[in-house]
Design a protein around this ligand. Structure first.
Ligand SMILES: [Zn+2]
Length: 73
């Protein structure tokens, strides 16, 4: 089988499914708040949501998962 470029995969913190990084929305933390990483390359720990879960961003359950992934107390 020919090896054609490794696609980096990340796990959505809400549904735990894996996606190519390019299909996910990246989050990072800023002063202990969850913020969207618009550039996709902010330094430090990142957490990811898929496009299915993104609309649920404001749900407390999803917020809690993002915070845990980003080590926000
Ligand atoms: Zn998801």
């Amino acid at each position: 089988m020919p090896k054609k470029g490794h696609i980096p995969e990340r796990t959505c913190v809400a549904c735990r499914r894996k996606f190519p990084k390019s299909e996910l929305i990246r989050f990072t933390k800023e002063e202990n708040e969850v913020v969207i990483d618009h550039r996709g390359s902010a330094p430090g720990r990142g957490a990811y949501l898929c496009k299915d879960c993104f609309p649920q961003l404001e749900k407390p359950k999803v917020q809690a998962k993002l915070k845990r992934a980003l080590r926000i107390p």
